[in-house]
Design a protein around this ligand. Structure first.
Ligand SMILES: [Zn+2]
Length: 443
């Protein structure tokens, strides 16, 4: 439908860099179902969901005098985002819940979304889209313009303060989100992605939003933060993958059950979608990785020739090979469209009798990004039971700082890449005071 309220807090990070692929793939169609496909399925945590909904309702009541009912669904994704839908539901990712440090910060996110609803931005946008059909970029990102974002920020901060929450939580969360984008971009070796990811096409500069939010909040009553309550409610939240989702460890994609791994080259940003892994690399190169399960699945080569190849309009140079200890087949396709010519490498792997894992590697024809992107496929290999056993689930743990604890001692308890950077990001600081609560990521 044309009038979907499809709001991204600060864009879906690095996905903005693959707009053409997204258009071709139609994953970024509108609506809740597709949001779930893009990010992950529902996250089943009724108590946490109800807590988030109560926070949103308190803000909405303060803003609308009780005329708006807030419903919240949680999405099982470690990406940080919130989306308001046309029916008034607000979708919030698990990653956002993990990044927030207080109920007031959650209120800030929901208040911003409610600000869009109150200002009727989706309707205005739909009207404009009818007269300017190109306004909605193919990426589906940044559906609201900068003026609307600023207005939602202003309405939201006023509403959260009216509801009794500390309005200073709004700039605090925005600043931490910005730092999160920067760390993610730095870890894949492409710091220039941080601003693109944070700002998208139509979003105001984050620094400007933080400064405006800070100025507005300074003139409002302080309010309550609900920090201890929120930290207690999120203690034990899965970090990264949920049970059943494929783990990333740095640039490695590891399936400890099917017992394989592959490594994304430096510069490729990995994202988990509901049914697949997406890697976005330089020069718009894209690596897609997913799998099919069916009893009596065709051998890889036949499947590639007869089914998959046909679906992409023909595959050539098909060959069978051993890929890291698994029977596999690969072939090539050339896709020409409005966005130019793309080379596509298709790889089908016989992971087990009924499971087929697949790579689709898209690179611009003649792109220097082709060789590194395809190297990801070549890195696919079987892993030992011992290597698989090392991949353990990670979770958020809330710890009380004891006398004598230092950043180093607390970081030493963490099990995550770039642990010290992650600790400082999650805890906004350098000197945890004894008795205060900090977030750790543990196994
Ligand atoms: Zn917004």
């Amino acid at each position: 439908m044309a009038s979907t309220r499809r709001e991204f807090l600060l864009s879906t990070a690095l996905l903005a860099l693959a707009p053409r692929l997204a258009a071709a793939d139609a994953v970024l169609a509108e609506g809740a179902k597709d949001v779930q496909e893009e990010f992950g399925g529902p996250y089943q945590a009724p108590a946490l969901r109800d807590r988030v909904a109560r926070i949103g309702q308190r803000v909405a009541d303060a803003e609308t005098g009780g005329t708006m009912r807030v419903a919240v669904d949680l999405i099982d994704s470690d990406r940080v985002n919130a989306v308001a839908l046309p029916d008034g539901r607000i979708l919030v990712t698990r990653g956002l819940l993990a990044l927030a440090r207080s109920e007031a910060e959650v209120a800030a996110v929901l208040a911003h979304e409610i600000g869009h609803v109150v200002a009727d931005h989706a309707r205005l946008r739909a009207q404009r889209a009818q007269t300017r059909p190109d306004i909605a970029g193919p990426s589906g990102e940044a559906d609201f313009d900068q003026a609307q974002e600023r207005q939602a920020d202003r309405i939201g901060i006023e509403a959260m303060a009216a509801a009794g929450y500390d309005p200073g939580a709004a700039p605090a969360f925005l600043a931490r989100l910005d730092a999160d984008h920067r760390l993610a971009a730095a870890l894949v070796g492409r710091p220039e992605l941080a601003s693109a990811a944070a700002n998208g096409a139509d979003h105001p500069e984050t620094a400007d939003r933080v400064a405006a939010a800070r100025a507005q909040a300074a003139a409002l009553p302080e309010g309550e933060s609900g920090e201890a309550e929120w930290l207690a409610a999120t203690d034990g939240l899965p970090w990264g993958e949920s049970p059943g989702q494929i783990p990333f460890r740095g640039q490695a994609v590891i399936d400890p059950v099917a017992r394989f791994r592959w490594d994304a080259p430096p510069g490729v940003a990995l994202m988990r979608q509901r049914r697949r892994v997406m890697g976005v690399g330089p020069d718009e190169s894209v690596i897609l990785f997913d799998h099919l399960s069916q009893p009596g699945a065709l051998p890889a080569r036949l499947y590639l020739e007869r089914v998959w190849g046909k679906a992409v309009g023909g595959v050539r140079d098909v060959e069978a090979l051993d890929l890291g200890g698994f029977p596999a087949a690969r072939g090539r396709a050339l896709v020409a469209g409005a966005s130019g010519a793309w080379d596509v490498l298709l790889v089908m792997i016989e992971t087990s009798a009924e499971r087929r894992d697949r790579f689709t590697v898209l690179t611009r024809a003649g792109s220097p990004a082709q060789a590194p992107a395809r190297a990801a496929v070549d890195s696919f290999r079987r892993i030992s039971a011992a290597e698989a056993a090392k991949v353990r689930p990670r979770r958020l743990a809330i710890a009380k700082v004891r006398p004598g604890d230092t950043v180093a001692s607390l970081v030493g308890r963490m099990r995550v890449e770039a642990a010290e950077d992650r600790f400082r990001l999650l805890n906004d600081g350098d000197r945890p005071a004894p008795g205060s609560l900090v977030k750790l990521i543990v196994e």
